[in-house]
Design a protein around this ligand. Structure first.
Ligand SMILES: Cc1ncc(COP(=O)(O)O)c(C=O)c1O
Length: 321
């Protein structure tokens, strides 16, 4: 059954803003964080960002940020490819994220988005090599689909994935998401929840804002990091949990489009998308069209991990309080 996509509605109409955001070194009240209108557009062309989740554990009264260091490392790498220097170390940004979540008094699940951009108003198509970036960090309360066992439907898009020598998908650049948006619009008009994108070689890459796994004969298969995907942090987590905890071997290899249709199971993963089973792809039913035991066990374990209920994975969490 198709779930009601609470995240999509929530992102279209975000909840009331929090008290503060973090901008260029300071906590700034939400309504007072202003930039000049002339910054519109060109400052976004090289903008890179991260999407990070914080999960609330009511028993422990603790908010845990999931893989904060890995996200900040990826942000630094994205900035490097943009030839953007950072005025802040990853450690300083880490402290700022924690300070922001604490100052906003989040006592529930939240979503945190650091952004880095050239802030001096130089037209974005001119060389900026080596200039420092500005950094801003947004955060807000956010709901989670973990524990709902809901499923999604997917369609394979007619758009191709951007490629490493055009717009590198490895870099989490705002501009890359125009590719995702073409896909999302197309599949949504065709009645699907999410779009699967083939790369320039015609192999499966990923979903417009998540990574993809299929399961065939009890082996999980996911496209490699050279298939035009974002080097997803959740994908790495899923590979480790499947291999080490759930006894499901994982292979990273090219995936053909028709393999999607004959897969026993399929699911997507990502910080925003979390873990969601796919019930159908291009109207082909996947497995029984419901979540199934492997994805169900994975989703439960992932949910326990992010809420700090699995001791040997506590290193993946950064406590706010
Ligand atoms: C295009 C794309 N692929 C994959 C992912 C999943 O990456 P991660 O697990 O690091 O959130 C995302 C998440 O933002 C994404 O936007």
């Amino acid at each position: 059954m198709t779930h009601e996509q609470p995240k999509k509605d929530e992102w279209a109409q975000p909840p009331a803003p929090p008290k503060y955001l973090w901008m260029s070194g300071d906590l700034v009240e939400w309504d007072k964080a202003l930039i000049h209108a002339s910054m519109l557009g060109w400052s976004s062309i090289s903008m890179v960002f991260e999407g990070i989740r914080g999960y609330w554990n009511a028993d422990q009264e603790q908010l845990s940020i999931f893989h904060l260091d890995a996200h900040l490392t990826r942000l630094m790498r994205s900035m490097k490819v943009m030839r953007m220097t950072s005025p802040w170390t990853a450690g300083e940004l880490r402290d700022s994220v924690i300070d922001l979540a604490r100052s906003n008094e989040f006592h529930g699940d939240c979503y945190i988005q650091p952004l880095a951009y050239f802030g001096d108003g130089t037209p974005g198509y001119l060389p900026a090599g080596g200039s420092p970036g500005e950094v801003a960090i947004f955060s807000r309360m956010s709901s989670s689909v973990l524990g709902s066992s809901s499923t999604i439907t997917c369609g394979v898009s007619s758009w191709s994935r951007i490629s490493d020598n055009v717009m590198p998908p490895r870099v989490k650049a705002i501009a890359n998401y125009q590719n995702s948006r073409y896909v999302a619009d197309e599949v949504s008009l065709n009645g699907h929840d999410f779009g699967i994108i083939l790369n320039q070689q015609g192999k499966v890459s990923e979903v417009s804002y998540a990574c993809l796994f299929i399961v065939r004969d009890r082996v999980a298969i996911t496209p490699p990091v050279t298939a035009g995907i974002l080097e997803s942090i959740t994908r790495e987590v899923v590979i480790e949990l499947l291999n080490d905890e759930l006894d499901v071997p994982v292979i990273e290899r090219d995936v053909d489009r028709t393999e999607l249709f004959i897969a026993d199971k399929a699911f997507i993963c990502g910080a925003g998308a979390e873990i969601q089973a796919i019930s159908e792809i291009d109207r082909y039913q996947i497995g029984e069209g419901a979540i199934g035991p492997v994805v169900s066990r994975l989703e439960k374990l992932f949910h326990d991990v992010v809420r700090g209920r699995v001791e040997n994975r506590s290193a993946w969490l950064t406590g706010v309080y």
